[in-house]
Design a protein around this ligand. Structure first.
Ligand code: ADP
Ligand code: MG
Length: 258
């Protein structure tokens, strides 16, 4: 369950991109917090600046204005509290599943007996033990995304940034794998920010949904998601009356051009 400790804070963050030919005003005065073990989804139209927010939180780019804090401190470039998972799994085809999962640890020069054991245990706990010597091409799209998640978890980050990780999957796989991935993140007690443009996915996976406007985007609304019963599956949530209520509220907000 999420608690009140703030892990991530964006305070009045704006972002302008400058290229030789133009300036793009992507984010306009964005502020929000994410709490310990919370699962927050950022929803917004394509091109509104969702990935930009994740890049800012990861420290890969700096905001034009405003401040970002992780654990109450200004973020450092490429800090290891935060790890990224992308839409494409980016598994290396010439490495086995085990070698792929250990890649982040190798890059960070942090591969030792303990960290290797931790990574292998994750593969075991989450049902991939029989596949450790397989190559990525021998796995389904859903399983590949699970491997990509475990590779991200292997470096034991506090925060996971998930940039539309399910959008390349077919609809059915998407529902089941997103559920599985949410469950893994919950069990591993991570704080997560998911970027999506799928309203139903956001409702089923999140504790809170942050809705952004078109570019230059502002926070339009933040909605707490709560169902009467805890531990409902995505399919069960979709049948609840509360699901339709949230869906209508978010739909209206996203289609309101104000
Ligand atoms: P989203 O993830 O919501 O689709 P992005 O954060 O990728 O949106 O992009 C927001 C806007 O900023 C887009 O108009 C995009 O073209 C522009 N943009 C993103 N990255 C860069 C960059 N490195 N240089 C210039 N413009 C960029
Ligand atoms: Mg994006």
């Amino acid at each position: 369950m999420p608690c009140n400790k703030k892990i991530i804070s964006l305070k009045n963050v704006s972002m302008n991109y400058h290229t030789l030919s133009k300036e793009t005003f992507a984010l306009n005065n964005i502020s929000f917090d994410v709490h310990d073990k919370e699962f927050v989804t950022i929803l917004g139209p394509s091109g509104c600046g969702k990935s930009t927010i994740l890049s800012l939180i990861s420290g890969m780019i700096k905001p034009s204005k405003g401040n970002i804090y992780i654990n109450s401190k200004h973020i450092d470039l490429c800090n290891s509290t935060v790890a990224y998972m992308l839409q494409r799994d980016n598994l290396l085809e010439w490495r086995t599943i085990k070698q792929n999962v250990l890649l982040g640890l190798e890059i960070k020069k942090n591969l030792c007996k303990e960290s290797m054991q931790y990574a292998l245990n994750l593969l075991k706990t989450y049902g991939l033990e029989d596949f450790i010597d397989y190559y990525p091409s021998q796995l389904s799209g859903g399983m590949r995304q699970k491997v990509a998640l475990i590779r991200t978890l292997a470096i034991n980050p506090q925060v996971l940034l998930l940039d539309e990780p399910f959008s390349a999957l077919d609809y059915q796989t998407r529902i089941s794998i997103s559920e599985e991935i949410k469950e893994i993140i919950h069990k591993e007690k991570k704080t997560s920010i998911l970027v999506s443009h799928d309203i139903a996915e956001a409702i089923c996976l999140s504790d809170r949904v942050i809705i952004l406007s078109k570019r230059p985007s502002k926070v339009k609304k933040i909605i707490n998601i709560k169902f009467k019963l805890n531990n409902l599956t995505s399919i069960q949530k979709r049948k609840e009356p509360g699901f339709q209520k949230y869906f209508d509220e978010i739909w209206q907000e996203m289609n309101d051009s104000e």
